[in-house]
Write a protein that binds this ligand. Structure first.
Ligand code: SF4
Length: 387
């Protein structure tokens, strides 16, 4: 028998953990995608009900434990407001009310959203493969035809760029010998039935522009120098479209920095700074390298002794151009005071409500890594005094 009191449940469904609150006939679900969740902990700091805590971020993201997610959500404390959904920079949370996606905090009270700047200038973009290859989040959609040589039935290579090809045969010179047709699928020599009436080999040389890649084999092989092939390139760019999928983009700027055509503009959603205290880092751990969703942290290449000039070699480093200041590394680091994160601003659009300003204040409080794991499956952050 139904009671008037909410009923709660939590269950796993593939990569998702589904929190549920049932109240009379209403059903609220908060869904966490444990695969895309990076353990950045922004949701935990944003949640007005303190319903979210950090899990064993490093261990989970490194695959050492498979029974937990990087964060824990208490389905009983959750008010199903949707703040965490809006604030998650990795789109790992979804809120559903009676089966429909909803964001009560936005709909009822108003709340800003991240102001994503992720633009590709299609006029400048040459449709190369660099952005797709460097993106650490599969956020590039590169819809460029697949050309022959890689997949059966793929588009002809000669269609990759827009060009006009012309093919001419000098009828006076051509003997309809058929050599060009034997060498090229774009040419067919249609001879007329041999007849005593003409007593000669006659017919037409038929050419299909769609199959011609202007390779000039026919020109070079023609024993009579009867063929001319000319190709005028109209656009040297590959056809197709390259786009950034905002739902996957974490604004790391790998694509923006590496685009050879300077066609991409990405602005980070967090401003601030991150510092690595390599002296305190126990070399060999590399948890931060593995959890970083932006591939911004690295183990410096060892230097030869002659190049060290009396300095100690750092064991860990971050490329600040690529760091998105999400905090996943701080949460995962098992050492103390090794990584310090100081956010100074958040790029959002829409009215910065009182609730948002409180959250911003928290997110902009500097924090550092800490030896933790006070309780099974939970870790704490070490918050620092605001300067
Ligand atoms: S829906 Fe609201 S109350 Fe529930 S976990 Fe997210 S932020 Fe917290």
């Amino acid at each position: 028998m139904d009671t008037f009191f909410p009923k709660f449940s939590k269950k796993r469904d593939g990569v998702n953990v589904i929190m549920e609150q049932k109240l009379l006939k209403n059903v609220n679900n908060l869904i966490l995608n444990g695969q895309t969740c990076t353990g950045c902990g922004i949701c935990a700091e944003a949640c007005p009900e303190e319903a979210i805590s950090l899990g064993l971020v490093g261990a989970v993201r490194r695959g050492v434990v498979d029974y937990a997610e990087p964060i824990n959500i208490d389905e009983k404390k959750c008010s199903y407001c949707g703040v965490c959904v809006v604030m998650c920079p990795f789109n790992s949370l979804t809120l559903k009310i009676d089966g429909e996606e909803a964001l009560p905090i936005v709909e009822r009270e108003g709340f800003p959203e991240y102001d994503m700047v992720t633009e590709i200038d299609q006029d400048k973009c040459v449709k190369c493969t660099i952005c797709e290859d460097v993106c650490p989040r599969d956020a590039i959609s590169r819809e460029v035809p697949v050309f022959e040589g890689t997949v059966e039935g793929a588009a002809g290579k000669q269609t990759a760029i827009a060009a006009k090809t012309t093919f001419t045969v000098d009828d006076e010179k051509c003997t309809r010998c058929g050599i060009c047709a034997e060498l090229c699928p774009a040419i067919d020599v249609k001879r007329k039935p041999f007849s005593a009436e003409s007593g000669a080999v006659v017919g037409d040389v038929v050419w299909d522009e769609k199959l011609c890649d202007a390779c000039q084999v026919c020109v070079e092989a023609c024993p009579e120098d009867a063929i001319k092939v000319e190709r005028e390139v109209e656009s040297a760019k590959l056809s197709g479209k390259v786009e950034i999928l905002e739902e996957n983009c974490c604004t790391c700027r790998w694509c923006d920095i590496n685009c050879p055509a300077e066609a991409i503009t990405v602005e980070k959603i967090f401003e601030g700074d991150i510092e690595f205290n390599a002296d305190k880092c126990p070399a060999g751990c590399s948890t931060c390298v593995e959890v970083c969703p932006a591939n911004a942290i690295y183990l410096p290449t060892p230097k030869a002794a002659k190049d060290l000039k009396g300095e100690n070699e750092p064991v860990i480093a971050v490329n600040k151009d690529l760091c998105i200041l999400c905090g996943a590394c701080v949460n995962a680091c098992p050492g103390e005071d090794i990584i310090t994160l100081k956010r100074t601003g958040i790029r959002v659009k829409g009215k910065e409500t009182d609730l948002f300003l409180k959250i911003k204040d928290k997110l902009c409080t500097p924090r550092t890594s800490k030896v933790k794991e006070d309780a099974r499956d939970e870790v704490e952050l070490k918050m620092m005094e605001t300067a």
